[in-house]
Write a protein that binds this ligand. Sequence first.
Ligand SMILES: Nc1ncnc2c1ncn2[C@@H]1O[C@H](COP(=O)(O)OP(=O)(O)OP(=O)(O)O)[C@@H](O)[C@H]1O
Ligand SMILES: [Mg+2]
Length: 248
Amino acid sequence: MQDPIVKLEALNKTIDDRLILESISFSAFPSEILTIIGPNGSGKTTILRIVNLLMEGSKGSIVYGFQGLPSIINPKNEKEKILLQRQMHLIFQKPVVFSGSVLENCLICGPLRGLKFTRKEAMEALERVEITHLYRQSANTLSGGEMTRLALARAWLIKPQLLLLDEPSANLDPQGIKLFEELLGVMAEEYGTGIVLVTQDLFEARRISKRVGLLLHGHIIELQATPDFFNKPQKEATKQFISGALVL
Ligand SMILES: Nc1ncnc2c1ncn2[C@@H]1O[C@H](COP(=O)(O)OP(=O)(O)OP(=O)(O)O)[C@@H](O)[C@H]1O
Ligand SMILES: [Mg+2]
């Protein structure tokens, strides 16, 4: 097996004296889609934000193993942080767009808006998610699903080593979901992108993930290869969650 792109070891996060994440340990690998599911407030977004270095963990460690960089554990300074952030990309639950047109949002994007793309590359990316007709529209006037499509087009252009996705399909229509899932498949298979996906859609998790983890109250209850997770879950809580009986 390849070395992990990122490895979380006993990660805790406390906010205002409340333990939000407790002893989170898992790895994400190149070319793999790992999905995290769990109810509202279980800590999914917090994990993605900590991995993307927008927030610090309170305890435990994160080891980053990006190609072309030495292994870095819990980045100690701004320089290390920027080096790592250049290799990863997070699509937020509410996608962020810059002021300017849809096309402009693709011409210059990426970590710290540091990457430039040609008009041809940008238009091709918009075509993949079927929003070329909107290229002149101001990005902050897009509908929710269109914004998600734009965010996906940018991820496609940036081609990070690690792509973190926070419920992107929540805003997408069935055709958008199909395009999104195809795009993830190509990124993982052709570009070796490691993908950590948060979704509420159990069917999607089952369709596209190699492994699935259930997060409940800040704990990873179970993390297994997808067929095992759905067909022979080990934990009662997983059985209940996937059968639709809410465990809270
Ligand atoms: N900055 C913060 N200050 C206080 N509480 C926070 C903060 N960030 C997150 N939390 C709390 O931590 C818990 C986990 O939040 P998080 O956003 O990670 O949940 P989630 O699993 O992504 O939920 P959802 O499915 O609703 O998106 C929630 O109870 C939330 O209210
Ligand atoms: Mg969330």
